[in-house]
Design a protein around this ligand. Structure first.
Ligand code: ADP
Ligand code: MG
Length: 666
């Protein structure tokens, strides 16, 4: 297939601009859907109020008068004869249009009407008259140097020449069944709609297509899981397992015990475990996972635990080593920053079986990692991993049992759709002695109060987290950065307390050093981006301060808040924001992660829940799981039917869909 640069009109400069916004192929280009449409319908001069928006066409009646100002600015005035009277038009900085605006030429003016002066201040002038019909204009996400008009031109040029080569992901039988338009026509309509009815029709079709493709892949992954359902036969020595319980410094809650039981049953049973362990942040999922890993070890298999960040992997590793004190289990930590030498020896140990358990980040799913007899795979905060990555890890070694841990409960209806074949263990009960974390929403102007609360806590010998969304200043952002905050905090607390920073762009070695200092109370105020979001455990930290809190989803805020309240002292969370306070106030009242996740889902859709930005699996171009739930259910049903229909096994499309799953693995 032709490449993006082959499209007429796209030169090297526009090519790199297109790449910049994620458009790399012709298919990307023609599926760069408008994010909204402007409806251009001819207004009547008499019916538009003063200062209101107006769209009107007519003929240029006077030669435009051009005025030039300092700094290259300019303004042009002319008179326009319209169907509803004569009106003055002025437009800024379009001197280049002067030659086209000849007397007698037909144009459409879009702008604001000043009724008193009878002048339209135009924001745009189009060199054609409006037709009698309503004109629907697509509006695209662009970037500086690339106008909406460019985008539209490139897309239409690509469609004209290559439109028929654009793949359609709906099998022909379903196109027939629903009387869908073909792909090329649908794309033509979505980019150049003639009526809103037509637009609606193709929108549904394109959404269905996107969801069909997505659900087909999910269904396929589920099917291979089922097919490989030759689960491992294990015998777990319960006495030995129980012996290790003495290493646990607390009593397991009933929910934890129940979850352990469910996992052990799965491990022993001949079927393959595919289980989601969900529990609110701080509910104690880790120890449950560790028990599972030890049981798996006692049965003679290797375990791998994958965490989303190095900090978390390291913490799990240290806890696991502690947990396994007095046993012969060999544990390794494998992350991106493990030295080459150590990596080589860990790879060797995993391959020959001398390492029994490994904890790590994405490094665990690199091609070089070969397991001797991997029996159990656990991913912590599973919503951060894509479907493909999960598949990748599972496929190593034997057909291991799989446990996903998540602190972000997925509302039931959605979970059923997306993780339909998973068993779920839920920890609702929190460990004893935990207190509710007091939560306050504060304005930036109330920073003094915030500092006072912080100071009070510091004087008690407690530590705290301060979260800012940005690492460094970017041009067009007035969000707080970690560096700014550090300066503010130093100003406020002088040399009384040690203040430091961690953020995602630091090397993990540097991060670890600071996290260690924080754990050992060498640092009292830890300023951070969201790297502490998941899992970090420092019981002496009692206060969480989050700047620009409106930037985060409620589930993320709940996760962040869960970093405190881990010891026995009263803890608090302060959300600072000048906007969106109504939503944030939900956090003041609610401390049940399940309820918060539902609220989040209602407010923001799936985005935050599944960590789509990280995984890319569920970022749809046109569909939305929340708004298009009905279409999703239909697509789910159809794609499953298509998958199971043996007659279509040789379909080019089916083969292509299946191949794209393994190709996309990272
Ligand atoms: P999460 O479910 O968020 O991953 P963790 O597993 O990190 O939670 O547990 C949070 C903290 O609670 C840890 O310090 C852990 O040791 C502690 N914890 C876990 N279970 C219990 C329990 N039953 N009683 C007391 N503390 C517990
Ligand atoms: Mg955890």
């Amino acid at each position: 297939m032709a490449e993006l640069k082959d499209v007429k009109g796209i030169g090297p400069k526009s090519l790199s601009l297109l790449n910049k916004i994620g458009i790399n192929t012709i298919e990307d280009l023609v599926t760069h859907y408008p994010f909204r449409y402007d409806v251009l319908e001819r207004d009547d001069l008499s019916k538009v109020g003063d200062g209101e928006k107006i769209v009107i066409d007519g003929k240029v009646e006077s030669v435009p008068i051009l005025m030039r100002f300092k700094a290259g600015l300019n303004k042009m005035n002319f008179r326009l004869v319209t169907h509803s009277g004569i009106v003055g038009v002025s437009i800024f900085n379009r001197a280049f249009l002067k030659n086209q605006l000849r007397v007698g030429s037909s144009v459409t003016v879009i702008g604001k009407l000043d009724k008193l002066k009878n002048v339209i201040t135009a924001s745009d002038i189009k060199m054609e008259a409006l037709s009698n019909k309503v004109k629907i204009e697509p509006v695209y996400h662009c970037t500086s140097g690339l106008t909406n008009k460019n985008m539209s031109t490139y897309i239409n040029m690509a469609l004209l020449v290559y439109g028929r080569d654009i793949p359609d992901y709906i099998p022909s039988e379903y196109i027939e069944k629903y009387n869908f338009l073909n792909k090329k026509t649908s794309l033509n309509v979505i980019h150049n709609p003639s009526t809103s009815e037509k637009l609606k029709e193709v929108t549904i079709r394109l959404k269905y297509e996107e969801l069909f493709e997505f659900m087909f892949k999910i269904n396929y992954l589920k099917q291979i899981n089922k097919k490989k359902n030759n689960g491992l036969d294990r015998v777990i020595d319960r006495d030995k397992l129980n012996e290790l319980y003495k290493n646990i410094p607390f009593k397991l809650t009933n929910d934890q015990l129940k979850a352990v039981d469910e996992i052990l049953n799965d491990l022993e049973a001949p079927h393959r475990m595919n289980r989601l362990l969900q529990g609110d942040v701080g509910s104690g999922k880790t120890v449950v996972a560790f028990i599972g890993m030890y049981a798996n070890y006692l049965a003679g298999y290797q375990s791998a635990l994958m965490a989303p960040t190095e900090i978390l992997a390291t913490q799990h590793y240290n806890n696991l080593v502690e947990f396994l004190k007095g046993t012969d289990v060999k544990v390794a930590l494998l992350t991106g920053s493990t030295s080459k030498k150590d990596k080589t020896s860990i790879y060797k140990g995993l391959e020959d079986g001398s390492i029994n358990m490994v904890i790590g980040t994405h490094a665990l799913i690199q091609d070089e990692v070969v397991y001797n007899n991997l029996g159990l795979v656990i991913t912590d905060e599973q919503h951060r991993f894509g479907v493909h990555q999960r598949a990748n890890l599972q496929n190593k070694g034997l057909t291991p049992d799989v446990l996903y841990m998540s602190a972000t409960p997925i509302p039931r209806t959605y979970a059923l759709t997306i993780f339909g074949d998973m068993d779920v263990s839920t920890i609702k009960e929190r460990p004893k002695g935990r207190q509710k974390i007091d939560t306050y929403v504060k304005k930036n102007s109330e920073i003094k109060d915030v500092l006072e609360i912080m100071y009070k806590e510091l004087k008690k010998g407690h530590q705290m987290y301060v979260i800012a969304p940005l690492i460094e200043e970017s041009e067009n952002s007035d969000l707080t950065t970690v560096n700014e905050l550090k300066e503010q905090m130093i100003l406020a607390f002088k040399d009384l307390y040690k203040i430091d920073i961690v953020h995602g762009k630091m090397s993990s070695g540097a991060k670890d050093i600071i996290m260690d200092q924080f754990k050992n109370n060498k640092v009292q105020i830890l300023i951070s981006t969201t790297v502490v979001e998941v899992g970090v455990d420092v019981p002496n930290a009692t206060t969480m301060v989050i700047f620009d809190a409106d930037r985060f989803g409620l589930s993320t805020l709940h996760q962040l808040r869960g970093r405190v309240g881990r010891g026995t002292s009263k803890s608090q969370c302060i959300l600072i924001s000048d906007s969106d306070t109504e939503r944030l106030k939900i956090m003041e009242k609610e401390d049940d992660g399940f309820v918060i996740s539902e609220e989040d889902f209602k407010l923001r859709g799936h985005g935050d829940l599944f960590g789509t930005k990280q995984s890319g699996d569920m970022s749809f171009k046109i569909a939305s799981i929340k708004n298009d739930y009905k279409i999703l259910l239909q697509a789910k049903k159809d794609s499953k039917e298509y998958l199971l229909n043996k007659d279509t096994d040789n379909d080019e499309l089916k083969i292509k869909l299946i191949n794209s799953i393994s190709l996309k693995e990272s």
